[in-house]
Design a protein around this ligand. Structure first.
Ligand code: FUC
Length: 808
């Protein structure tokens, strides 16, 4: 194919695809009738979800740091004295008896997470900050007028929401954003007739608040329950001021009122004393600075900051179903169940995941919790905490591949904060070295096991976390970062090295007690147990951890002796095993599962997010993984569907991944007449149910995984492209080794791709022999390219790039 022809082809494709790319928005033709119909805004600290009602609007406000509870020592004293007995019972096959002992002596002290309802116990809960309640007043009584031309929108291009309608001959517009510039929430109300804006507003929350007006400022302040006797927990202060043009501003002791204004801009500033004693001053200075800035300047600064991050990755799929793509988002979601040819919807979902990640975490602060930073109650499901048996990790799956690597910092900082408390937990329960975290944590550094053996004893949580810390290094190759994480990942490896025990049947080194996240099995005598030794996921995680620490110590040239110990122990870890049905085994022994379709697909960790099982290198285990995945079935909770998108992508079955995208996009909610089962709410929040943001992030990662893979340091382009996505393009997807890839494809075949190196690295690109000649590599200079055994290998220096084109 000649060059000229190729570039005109690429131009034509880009032109035909660009229309769909303009449409990155969620929109509705009616106000939100419940929380899950309203759109989320967030600047990584503050969140806002306006319902867009015409007469009485509620804007739900959030602050990612707002937690009840307090630090506590939840380690159960004397736990390790029971360890030998627990282990003995496990190895004698008396799992039920072992589980009883775990429940008695080896769970957290106190009430742990309060059964997931821990708002008033020391564990605490992430809580809604409050409600901004607005009453809009029009010239005529609400019973006499009806709004027309109503639209409500969230633009992902500029992170701004709008509500527009006409009423009684006046066009109104509200513009909302959580500013990435001056860290406040801003709502601007305009009308096309002067003096037409009339409203009053107040603030409240379900409990623990006082409101007052000082001068022109409405304040809400309070103190949450720390779960201890004095109940003196976290303090917060929210301030609201209005900047108006024309008309009058007045107040009583609880509300602000605007009459006959031409425009009104509402500024909401809020802060808590989480790690910050000067929070009252801070909330004041944020407010002042934002109000001093010109509105348009503030908005533009917000857009610019947001776009610098958001625009780093783009995706377009050719979409011929324009009619469906133009439907309001709730109807579009419904229509997708019947007709999946609206390729713009998965693209929107992909970019929405990136938007949500950018909006729910910030460098220097906290990572997204179970609901990102959007909660509407003081008792958030599962306390809106950080779960380590899938959820917290899944929240960060799209981070590197979709070019948001800078948001790894809060993920890292939370883990770093677990090291000191985790050392105590390691000692009190296991007499172990290093540090450990189990299944849950809060912002107070909780590392003890959960309060029930059936779910709370998984102790590979910290291993999984540290593997993700290393994964970020694989993408960035930033040695300073490796230096920072090394003590953390080493400490995690030290824990397992010091606490693994020999399984008497095979002399393998195993964790005990532990469990395969939340799944139970039948013991040979027909009883149900969870507690076991060496579940497959633990073995895979620890194997990877030891390998990572070995590699890191080599790069950093430290700890040669420790490296040897790790290598020796690694060789004694249990291998993956296949049962008589040809399925990958979940436990060390071929137990029968209690719930064959259990949502956790833990033994497949080695396939994704791990990489020890792959179609190319370990086809036998890939086949056994597939059999297990088939046994689990597709339908499950939101995050489980999302995990399976990634798993099928690793099995290189794009059509099956696509089928799971359809499942993840199944409408859930009051109007869909469906409140059960995984899927998506009208605002495209993931339904576990209830709302849990992990599925959004896992789905985004899954779409990326279908388009590009780089596990085991091998780049695979379009490894799991479904038939439905025959034509498209992406840019800015990242691969391990510090590379960034742009690609275009047509008729399911890649026509051109570019790999840019952001670090010096030897890249390997998979191009199987039977299709040899399918790609030729055109290099920007004379860099040599090797082709051996299915792979192109090419060394690039930082800043260099290569073009990969379809060979004629
Ligand atoms: C894990 C899962 C549940 C839920 C909870 C928040 O424990 O097993 O399904 O997602 O986290």
């Amino acid at each position: 194919m000649n060059k000229l022809f190729l570039s005109s082809l690429i131009f034509l494709i880009s032109a035909s695809l660009s229309k769909a790319q303009d449409e990155l928005k969620l929109w509705y033709d009616h106000p939100a009738e419940n929380w899950l119909e309203s759109v989320p805004l967030g600047n990584g600290r503050l969140g806002a979800m306006p319902d867009g009602q015409v007469f009485t609007e509620n804007v739900i406000l959030n602050d990612i740091t707002l937690w009840s509870g307090s630090p506590q020592d939840a380690n159960r004293k004397g736990a390790k004295e029971h360890l030998p007995e627990i282990r003995k019972l496990i190895f004698e096959g008396k799992n039920v008896e072992a589980e009883k002992l775990v429940n008695k002596h080896f769970i957290s002290a106190g009430v742990g997470s309060g059964g997931g309802d821990g708002a008033d116990v020391p564990y605490g809960s992430y809580q809604v900050l409050g409600n901004l309640k607005l009453n809009y007043i029009y010239a005529k009584d609400s019973s006499a007028i009806q709004p027309e031309n109503y639209t409500r929108k969230l633009s992902l291009d500029d992170a701004i929401a709008t509500t527009e309608y006409s009423i009684d001959g006046v066009d109104y517009k509200r513009e909302y954003f959580t500013s990435f510039s001056n860290d406040v929430i801003i709502i601007r109300i305009t009308a096309d007739k002067s003096g037409a804006i009339n409203f009053n507003l107040g603030l409240d929350r379900p409990e623990r608040f006082e409101t007052s007006v000082t001068g022109d400022e409405l304040q809400m302040r309070g103190q949450l329950n720390n779960g201890k006797e004095d109940e003196e927990g976290m303090k917060y202060l929210t301030r609201v001021q209005i900047d108006q043009d024309g008309g009058e501003l007045s107040s009583d002791d609880k509300t602000l009122e605007v009459k006959n204004a031409n425009t009104a801009t509402i500024y909401i500033s809020s802060a808590t004393d989480f790690r910050d004693f000067a929070f009252e001053e801070k909330s004041e200075s944020y407010l002042k600075k934002a109000m001093q800035a010109d509105y348009e300047n503030e908005k533009n600064a917000h857009i610019e900051k947001y776009q610098t991050v958001f625009n780093r990755a783009k995706l377009t799929l050719k979409n011929e179903n324009v009619e469906q793509a133009e439907l309001p988002t709730d109807k579009r979601l419904m229509a997708f169940t019947e007709d999946t040819s609206d390729n713009g919807l998965p693209v929107l979902y992909f970019q929405y995941g990136r938007y949500l990640l950018i909006s729910s975490t910030r460098v220097g602060l906290l990572p997204p919790n179970l609901q990102g930073l959007w909660a509407n109650t003081v008792r958030t499901p599962w306390n809106g905490d950080y779960h380590f048996n899938i959820n917290y990790q899944m929240n960060h799956w799209p981070l590197d591949v979709t070019n948001l690597g800078m948001l790894n910092e809060p993920f890292y900082t939370l883990i770093e904060g677990l090291v000191e408390p985790g050392k105590k937990t390691a000692d009190v329960y296991y007499g172990g070295d290093g540090w450990v975290a189990h299944v849950i944590t809060n912002v107070w550094g909780f590392t003890a096991p959960g309060e029930h053996a059936s779910w709370g004893s998984t102790n590979s949580g910290s291993g999984w976390l540290t593997n993700m810390l290393y994964r970020h290094y694989s993408f960035s190759l930033d040695d300073d970062y490796l230096d920072d994480i090394y003590p953390i990942i080493k400490g995690s490896a030290e824990f397992y090295l010091s606490t693994l025990v020999e399984d008497p049947r095979n002399n393998w080194l195993v964790t005990a007690p532990s469990n395969s996240p939340e799944n139970g099995f039948k013991t040979p005598d027909g009883q149900v147990a969870h507690i076991t030794a060496g579940p497959t996921i633990d073995n895979q995680i620890i194997r990877k951890l030891f390998q990572n620490v070995i590699k890191a110590s080599e790069v950093l040239d430290v700890d040669a002796e420790f490296r040897e110990k790790l290598a020796k122990a690694e060789s004694q870890l249990p291998p993956n095993q296949i049962d008589e049905h040809g399925r990958l085994m979940e436990w060390l022994y071929p137990y029968e599962e209690v719930e064959p379709t259990h949502r956790h697909v833990s033994p497949l960790w080695g396939l994704y997010p791990g990489d020890e099982i792959s179609v190319t290198d370990t086809p036998e285990f890939a086949g056994a993984s597939k059999k297990l995945l088939e046994r689990r079935g597709d339908i499950s909770t939101g995050w489980s569907l999302a995990w399976k998108i990634n798993l099928w992508a690793r099995l290189q079955d794009g059509n099956h991944s696509f089928k799971l995208i359809k499942d993840l996009l199944k409408p859930v909610g009051v109007k869909a007449g469906n409140l059960d089962g995984g899927g998506s709410y009208p605002n495209l929040f993931d339904a576990h149910p209830p709302f849990q943001i992990d599925g959004n992030f896992g789905g985004t990662a899954g779409i990326a995984e279908m388009l590009i893979q780089s596990h085991s340091d091998i780049i695979q382009l379009l490894p799991a492209l479904p038939d439905q996505w025959a034509e498209g393009e992406f840019s800015g997807l990242r691969v391990r080794g510090g590379g960034e890839v742009d690609a275009k494809w047509k008729k399911g075949r890649m026509i051109s791709a570019q790999l840019k190196a952001s670090m010096d690295h030897k890249f390997k690109i998979y191009s199987p022999k039977d299709e040899q000649g399918r790609y030729s590599i055109k290099v920007s200079d004379d860099t040599p390219v090797e082709y051996t055994e299915d792979y192109y290998t090419i060394s690039l220096k930082k800043g260099e790039h290569i073009t990969i084109i379809l060979k004629s």
